[in-house]
Design a binder for this molecule. Structure first.
Ligand SMILES: C[S@@+](CC[C@H](N)C(=O)[O-])C[C@H]1O[C@@H](n2cnc3c(N)ncnc32)[C@H](O)[C@@H]1O
Length: 441
């Protein structure tokens, strides 16, 4: 299949008039695979790097902190497991994220980790690459990860769980709905639904169906979403508008439409388009905006939400476990949730389908902790069982039990210097409770 002629015409006329050579470079670049990059969690950089390097990967720093480009060493074992199945990935020590896609949050946070307790809205969040990045840059804030497309929720849930995100709640509202929450959020990320030109190299539908009519339709939705965030952002709050597209309609023109409507109320602090042939990334657009004056709210209609009212607060003991006091504990529908961040800033009528992280269940008055609970308790007095070979690890990650030299009771399972999580030892055997969805097949 060749590139859609409407796409070629639009891009040549709009961006590359009298620049035929550059246009050819652009067309060649969009057909190349995007270089593979990963984002490593703060405090795990050294260990993850050394594990991956010993697996045959070459890691190079990029211009974003903790984001590395990855290449395979010549002697890379082709039978080596996929990056996604490595233990560090499974326990959430890194996220596979394209370099351009790592820019919006980095630009919002100016590459720094912030101690402030903000309320942050991630208006279009699945699969959660940028939500999990927000938790790394804003560990004391509470982040609302909003995603209205139901089919995209399981992947978001899985990534949030894997990356350990007690300061995130998921909501399912269409982005436009947030307009009703006038001047509520300190920071907003709108990584807008877009036409996806950057995925051209994969020969996806974006290529086949590129048509200015579709682009106009998407741009109309983007303008509505941007309008909503401008209302929802606090004065002096900052936000990012980003898309995975390069055309004018979804980017510069959406900002122009906002300028026309609310020009006195915001300033653009930063704006950049990432071009595949110049930046070596996928195509991407990022703008950072600060709200500098209030916007009069139009008549807004009713807010529909009601807060999950059956949340019961706990102190920090649950069953046998003492939970670190930096987490709040809640019970909802028999689930026990650990939550952190500036929850006091959340409006009362927001309904969450996930609120913080589930750490176990309470049934008949008895608490059954999940393996995840090891992330939230003081583990100093729990014995560690070290898995000693890759083979034994593989058996465990396939969900089978391993023979282990341990006494009956809870143990922390580890491999190399990575703690996996809590398991139970009985009769010199550890029954793997490794989540079925994540098991090696
Ligand atoms: C570019 S993706 C987001 C990627 C995500 N921020 C990440 O970094 O992993 C855009 C998302 O917007 C969602 N979306 C579609 N319509 C929307 C709407 N009206 N309001 C909010 N989000 C919407 C899509 O389902 C999609 O998940």
């Amino acid at each position: 299949m060749s590139i859609n002629s409407r796409f070629i015409e639009y891009f040549r006329d709009t961006f590359f008039q009298d620049k035929e050579e550059e246009f050819e470079q652009f067309l060649t670049a969009i057909e190349q695979p995007i270089p593979r990059t990963i984002r490593i969690k703060p405090w795990h950089e050294d260990s993850v790097k050394s594990h991956l390097e010993s697996d045959g990967w070459i890691l190079d720093k990029t211009n974003i902190p903790r984001v590395y480009s990855m290449d395979r060493r010549e002697d890379f074992d082709p039978l080596e497991r996929r990056l996604g199945f490595s233990l560090d990935h499974i326990v959430g020590n890194f996220y596979i994220q394209e370099l351009a896609a790592a820019h919006p949050v980095d630009i919002l946070a100016e590459s720094a980790i912030h101690e402030d307790g903000f309320l942050i809205l991630d208006m279009a969040s699945s699969p959660g690459g940028k939500t999990t990045q927000l938790t790394e840059y804003y560990p004391n804030s509470f982040i609302i990860a909003n995603e209205p497309t139901r089919e995209r929720i399981p992947q978001l849930l899985q990534n949030l769980h894997r990356m350990w995100t007690p300061n995130v709640g998921i909501t399912l509202y269409p982005g436009q709905y947030w307009k009703k929450y006038s001047e509520t959020f300190d920071r907003i990320l709108l990584d807008a639904p877009c036409s996806g030109e950057w995925t051209l190299y994969k020969w996806t539908d974006a290529v086949k169906h590129w048509h200015i009519k579709n682009i106009k339709e998407i741009a109309r939705l983007q303008t509505k979403l941007l309008d909503a965030w401008l209302h929802a952002l606090k004065v002096w709050g900052e936000m990012i508008y980003s898309t995975c597209s390069l055309n004018l309609l979804e980017n510069e023109w959406v900002l122009d439409a906002m300028r026309e409507k609310y020009g006195q109320s915001f300033e653009i602090l930063y704006q950049k388009k990432f071009w595949p042939h110049i930046d070596g990334t996928g195509g991407f657009f990022v703008a950072k905006i600060r709200k500098i004056a209030s916007i009069e709210s139009e008549k807004q209609g009713e807010r529909r939400g009601t807060r999950n009212e059956k949340l019961t607060r706990y102190r920090w003991w649950i069953g046998d476990w003492q939970i670190d006091s930096k987490y709040e504990l809640y019970e909802h529908d028999k689930k026990i949730l650990a939550v952190s961040g500036s929850t006091e800033k959340i409006p009362d009528d927001i309904y969450f389908m996930r609120f913080g992280e589930e750490i176990g269940k309470k049934d008949g008055g008895i608490f059954y902790g999940d393996i995840w609970i090891s992330r939230y308790i003081d583990t100093a007095n729990i014995p560690t069982y070290k898995i000693s070979t890759e083979q034994e690890l593989d058996i465990y990650l396939r969900g089978w039990s391993i023979a282990a030299d341990c006494s009956d009771g809870y143990i922390l399972l580890s491999y190399d210097d990575t703690v996996i999580w809590l398991e139970y030892c009985e009769n010199w055997e550890v029954q793997s409770t490794f989540p079925r969805d994540w098991q090696r097949k």
